[in-house]
Design a binder for this molecule. Sequence first.
Ligand SMILES: O=P(O)(O)OC[C@H]1O[C@H](O)[C@H](O)[C@@H](O)[C@@H]1O
Length: 430
Amino acid sequence: MNVDLGNTIETTPGLTDETLDRLDDRVAAAHDRIVAGMEADEFGYAALTLPETTDPEAIRAVMDQFDRPAAVLTVGIGGSALGAAAISNALESDVDAHFLDNVDPDAVDALLADLPLAETVVNVVSKSGTTAETLANFLVVREAMAEAGVDWTERTIVTTGEEGNLRSLADEHGLPALDVPDGVPGRFSALSTVGLVVPALQGHDIEAVLAGGRDGMDALAGSLYESPAYAYGAATYALAERGALTNAVMPYAESLETFAEWFAQLWAESLGKDGLGQTPARALGATDQHSQLQLYRAGPPDKIVSLIRPTERADTTIPETDLDGLAYLGGSSLADLLDAEFAATEASLAAADVPNIRVEIERVDERSLGELLYGMEAACVLYGELASISTFTQPAVEWGKKAARGLLGGGDFPEADAVADKRELRIEQS
Ligand SMILES: O=P(O)(O)OC[C@H]1O[C@H](O)[C@H](O)[C@@H](O)[C@@H]1O
């Protein structure tokens, strides 16, 4: 992974080589803190050791209990779905991957109506083993399997923590079960059992994903000039301090669209605390050059744009044409066109003094994906250190989770009455 900060320094008043040098002293101290956390297996920091601690053999041992399926259906939400989806949606496979990460009944019904359940592996993932959406969806899936005459206990894998409803269910029915590693928050778990079961079932090289993660781990160093991940984390932090409160992540590769979704959870849930943080926005190049770019270039000057691309792509030639004015396209490739669009966007943003960071990976494959996911996690942890944010907690999300359960009468939630009162008030007013 390469990170180019050129357009960031040039476009941001007050962000000079000297300020970056001063920031680099803080990066060195933050790196020491991060390494100490990794070595002591501290909560959260332990995620940055996953490329070494994840055992792909344990995943393969579970997978080997199944014939190659037609499809894999993951039931999970947030960090229990997005890491696997980011990897799986980036890579081609003849095993379809589906993700039930919402409880929209129309979407659930439509998906289940189309799935060949007898040839599908159901992968239920929840670190806590108690998340309402995941368990509710699983109960619906289980019933659909029973109605289709499929023995769900023969086709279900569980990935969960040591306790919780899901663990009890796995124990009770003797289901193949994988552990969510200790000390790893869901949004940092892409390089663990949580993120790797789906790609493994699809036939992808999960060892290469982990090797890419290790490349990212080896590239951590006590200076932003030596570590691409820290360059990204330090620059986004420095820019947020100077008012860049939105980070528009714009991969120039359709295959990385879900990566931007994964990034959004990582950045928002980790850094959005105590009035701090940076709002992740999701965009796709070149498509959003024709929509969102207007705002990014000419709207409020409170943004940074992260432009991400693979340097190698398929080489599809644009046919020659004698159509008036289109001769310039003929004979070049779609990749040339997309790269020209990328360069044009960088230049367009820089010309309007909008800071932008270029992040490049070699190509969209297992190894580069592992490195990219790891790099962004490390960047996020570094940002949190520099801003003194408690990166690994999510109290606001948990409040909502408990409130929803409380409203359904499913748990002790002292504020439930207040939530219900507010709801009634709104209903009366409308
Ligand atoms: O894996 P689970 O325990 O089911 O949690 C799924 C998701 O739940 C919450 O919303 C957390 O804040 C997320 O970080 C987590 O990824």
